[in-house]
Design a protein around this ligand. Structure first.
Ligand code: 26W
Length: 833
């Protein structure tokens, strides 16, 4: 049914309220007259779910009938955030539900706020997976996601009175989850440990037996497309003891052992590992999770269950196994699912009786690998003895893959036989990026610069060996549905009114935003544009006041840096810049201060629980905020906030309120960044380094609309070498920075020396080049101030930025994967209703 230019479910407000009340009474077993917001949310969610289910069923039925080639997105993380608002917008039912809950005496915004985020991810990689699911469904592409149903998502961050990060569990499933469908009939037995005995029949086959068997149970999450009935599936696996206890231990009369085994089975999907990028503690010798058996078990449990499920679906279609790559494409989201490569080899050789070569041809035409980081400490390596113990058959296969690689190399006269899936050292380790690369059809990075770096650094040998055509780039994208229409409804409405086209048109073809360009010259339009930014600032201030009790002034520039806390992302550079500004303000006369651009600086982000330096950074920010916000000399001109417990939902309030956001990683370290795109889409300007997708954003919006600073990627290695072999004291190299560091050391922000280890990372090797980039950073911040004082010119930049962000829709990105890699096509889904 078409309404307002959108294919909506055919339902009037009365039908909506009837359905909600029905759920209150029958699903929740409550009375409509004494319902609270939480009850209203649950009933509204169940009602929306009914509509999703109809579409989901139609979609899956259509796939089963038409048997198109399908793509599967294997990701250990899906950072979905909330679902209700998004589902209603995609279904075209938001207005009716808003009216409907109002008729029942509720405010839609309050109802939406009741939902807990599904925070099954750490950051960029997990949120990217969520955006790609939205785009796949919206473009009617047959794509399923596969992940784990963690009982606990990313930890909740609390800030102690001293400013330290504390971690609390995130029991997100405690209030029931209306968005998932348990599939207690879709289960697989997943084996660990035991023995792998090679058959001596010359086939290379082996039998893997014994050990522990764990049950994988499917939970399905419906993924509605925007303005289409197409509703895809995200299948998450839960681990359970196979029969509630371990039969072997039970038979031996070992009751305690049996109970223990059941504990360890459910442990597999109990918690999301909270580390991104950092696999080592600061001394770079204490591994945080590599070598952690449970993490390896998570990875295998998930890939094995997903492959078994994909294989069962393929076989149900009655195809020949050799046609597997014609019907199945599997995208590996980073190296976390790389065990899928030896697992598919195992299935094809041991279960399907194929030869090694037949199996390898299928595998290398099925998998695609995306790399998301070139930081050496973030590259996965698994100790051989660990794999040998947990997955003995897979270790044999990995050795065989490596050996075959060596033979091929020798026959190709490649001199450098470094090309193996292994590193030397005791114990030997498997380099997962190498295995993923060898076993895949294509390998891609996530922005132009990053894809270049993948080919010239970590996978250089493979480019030489396998040819450059295996390597490519797909620049990341974001879904404009959540990251503009949902989080910034007023701006979305203004855009629709101005472009004079249906919202559903530009939200599906984001390049249409270019139509805003001429309006940058329209004074009345600029006034509306900036009034919306102002109201978004007030919405953020209101949110902070109600959640934290803090009063934020909104007559100032909002300057935002929100992302995981990491040395390479350089929150330190930002806070040192804030301190520098604070002392500059302290020195000013009242006359001078009057000309100052007022700033409110926001930080938010989590640190990996064992990442000591990152946690010190948070502590420093919180304590600097305390001093600055209380100083009567400066508080009118500079305010600083660290907002705890960063999440998708918090980002949705922060991003639309930002005038400028900071993306200031050391050049060559941030693979892409995706929040940079979200800010710019919402008319926030970008202050950043020449890194990741910042470069492509500048290419689109024009260099005069972004603020770049800092050394470029090719200079980085040289500078690091200089630091080590020709160190110059900071007092000489950068006196303003030396002053700031000394003030911190002197205790101006308290701490009694606690910040020394953080400051020493800068004073000593300064791996991330704070001392080299500080001066140009400060100079650029001053340019930002100057630009902001010219209000009209600033708004023009803001409008032009939004207008040129079309490229960064995840619709464009997912189409590149679909066309150039997976070779899949849209399947149109008949509209029900
Ligand atoms: C320690 C194990 C580990 C290592 C790396 C866990 C997770 C990771 C991820 C690759 C970290 C991540 O999220 N990378 C980010 O991916 C985004 C989506 O492509 C990019 O935009 C970011 O630049 C990149 O940091």
């Amino acid at each position: 049914v078409w309404r307002d230019g959108m294919r909506t479910v055919d339902k009037d407000v009365q039908a909506v309220t009837r359905s909600i009340v029905g759920h209150v009474q029958t699903s929740l077993a409550r009375q409509a007259y004494n319902l609270d917001n939480l009850g209203a949310y649950q009933a509204a969610a169940l009602s929306a779910r009914d509509d999703l289910l109809v579409n989901w069923n139609t979609t899956q039925l259509t796939f089963t009938r038409k048997q198109p080639k399908r793509a599967y997105y294997l990701s250990l993380e899906f950072l979905m955030g909330r679902t209700l608002d998004n589902a209603l917008l995609n279904l075209g039912l938001k207005d009716k539900f808003t009216d409907g809950v109002q008729k029942l005496g509720f405010n839609m915004e309050d109802v939406i706020e009741q939902e807990r985020d599904a925070a099954l991810g750490n950051g960029g990689l997990g949120r990217l997976a969520a955006c790609y699911l939205d785009s796949s469904a919206s473009q009617e592409l047959p794509v399923w996601g596969y992940g784990l149903r963690y009982k606990y998502g990313i930890f909740q961050q609390l800030i102690s009175p001293q400013g330290e990060q504390l971690e609390a569990p995130d029991p997100w499933l405690d209030n029931q989850n209306p968005w998932e469908l348990p599939r207690l009939d879709v289960t697989y037995d997943i084996r660990f440990y035991g023995r792998a005995d090679r058959l001596d029949d010359g086939t290379g086959r082996a039998v893997w037996h014994g050990g522990q068997e764990v049950l994988a149970v499917a939970y399905d999450v419906m993924i509605p497309g925007y303005d289409t009935a197409s509703t895809n599936n995200l299948r998450l696996w839960e681990s359970k003891p196979q029969r509630g206890f371990d039969l072997n231990s039970f038979n031996a009369g070992n009751y305690e052992g049996a109970v223990e085994a059941s504990n360890s089975a459910s442990a597999i999907t109990s918690v999301l590992y909270p580390n991104d990028h950092t696999t080592c503690a600061p001394n770079r010798s204490i591994p945080i999770h590599f070598g952690k058996e449970l993490r390896l078990k998570q990875q295998y449990f998930w890939t094995a269950a997903s492959l078994a499920d994909i294989m069962r679906r393929f076989k149900n279609a009655g195809k020949n196994i050799r046609e597997f790559p014609d019907f199945v494409a599997i995208q590996l989201n980073d190296t976390h699912p790389t065990l899928a490569i030896p697992e598919l080899m195992r299935i094809l050789i041991d279960d399907e009786d194929l030869t090694w070569d037949q199996a390898w041809t299928i595998v290398t035409n099925t998998f695609f690998y995306t790399n998301h980081t070139v930081l050496p400490e973030a590259l996965e390596k698994w100790p051989v003895p660990l794999i040998e113990n947990v997955l003995p058959r897979h270790m044999q296969i990995i050795y065989d893959i490596s050996m075959n690689g060596q033979v091929l190399l020798a026959s190709n006269h490649v001199s450098d036989i470094q090309l193996t899936a292994f590193v030397e050292g005791q114990p030997k380790q498997v380099r997962m990026a190498h295995l993923a690369c060898i076993g895949s059809r294509k390998v891609n990075g996530v922005a132009e610069l990053h894809s270049e770096l993948v080919q010239t650094t970590i996978l250089k040998d493979f480019v030489e060996f396998e040819g450059v055509s295996k390597f490519g780039n797909v620049t990341n994208g974001i879904t404009p549905r959540r990251w503009l229409d949902q989080c910034n409804p007023e701006l979305s409405a203004l855009i629709t009114k101005t472009l004079k086209i249906e919202k559903s048109v530009w939200l599906k073809d984001l390049t249409k935003l270019e139509g805003l360009l001429p309006f940058a010259e329209d004074k009345a339009f600029r006034a509306q544009w900036s009034a919306i930014k102002q109201r978004n600032k007030e919405r953020l201030a209101h949110h902070v006041q109600t959640t934290l009790g803090l009063i934020i002034r909104t007559d100032a520039m909002f300057d935002v840096q929100i992302k995981r806390i990491h040395e390479y992302k350089r929150q330190t550079l930002n806070i040192l810049g804030v301190i520098h500004r604070y002392f500059a303000l302290k020195k000013m006369t009242p006359e001078e201060k009057k000309k100052v651009n007022r700033r409110v600086v926001f930080f938010a982000g989590k640190a990996a629980p064992a990442y000591y330096i990152a946690k010190l950074t948070i502590r420093l920010i919180v304590n600097v905020a305390r001093v600055i916000n209380a100083d009567p000399d400066t508080k009118e001109y500079l305010q600083l906030y660290f907002l705890p417990d960063y999440s998708v939902s918090l980002a949705e309030v922060l991003i639309p309120a930002s005038d400028i956001s900071q993306h200031i990683s050391t050049a060559g370290t941030e693979a892409s960044g995706t929040s940079n795109m979200k800010f710019c889409l919402n008319g926030g300007l970008l202050l950043g380094t020449v890194d990741g997708a910042n470069i492509e954003i500048a290419e689109e919006v024009g260099e005069n609309n972004v603020f770049f600073f800092g050394h470029l990627t090719p200079a980085v290695e040289d500078l690091r070498y200089q630091h080590l072999y020709h160190p110059v004291p900071i007092e000489e190299k950068c006196p303003p920075l030396a002053f700031v560091l000394n003030q911190i050391s002197a205790g101006v922000f308290g701490g009694d020396g606690v910040y020394e280890p953080l400051l020493n990372t800068i004073r000593q090797s300064d791996y991330y080049l704070i001392t080299d980039d500080f001066d140009s950073y400060i100079a650029t911040l001053e340019m930002v101030d100057e630009a902001y004082l010219d209000k009209e010119e600033w708004i023009k930049k803001s409008i032009r930025t939004t207008a040129k962000m079309g490229k960064f829709s995840s619709d464009r990105a997912i189409n590149e994967y679909a066309e150039s890699y997976w070779n899949i096509e849209p399947v149109s889904i008949p509209t029900g209703g």
